[in-house]
Write a protein of this length. Structure first.
Length: 117
């Protein structure tokens, strides 16, 4: 951590997945206010998977050009849990260890446990 306690987020590449245009806009504005350099946006899990496939290392190496995924949990046709499972287990996933933040208005114990599993 830098001495002043601030990180330079200007080089961060974040994939934001949210089906509500309002929430997508609010979180995007917040990330940009924090200084995040690049925020890619997807409206659902299908669009997110396509962006993730495109983010693979162009030279065939392991890894992704993304630093973080922030995803809504409840979306159709592919929800955040299925997206997370694809990132962790999918053959075409760019990085199975890519940090993933799940967000949801349905934060009851059952949904929290599903996201953890």
């Amino acid at each position: 951590m830098p001495a002043d306690g601030a990180y330079d987020l200007g080089r961060f590449n974040i994939l934001l997945v949210e089906d509500s245009q309002y929430i997508l806009s609010v979180v995007d504005d917040l990330l940009r206010y924090m200084g995040v350099g690049n925020v890619l946006k997807a409206r659902d899990g299908v669009e997110a998977i396509e962006l993730l496939k495109q983010s693979r290392d162009p030279y065939g190496g392991a890894g992704s050009r993304l630093d973080l995924i922030i995803s809504d949990m409840v979306m159709a046709p592919i929800d955040g849990l299925v997206l997370l499972r694809w990132v962790r287990e999918g053959k075409e996933s760019p990085d199975r260890f890519l940090p993933f933040i799940m967000m949801s208005g349905a934060a009851d114990d059952e949904n929290v446990q599903k996201a953890r599993d």
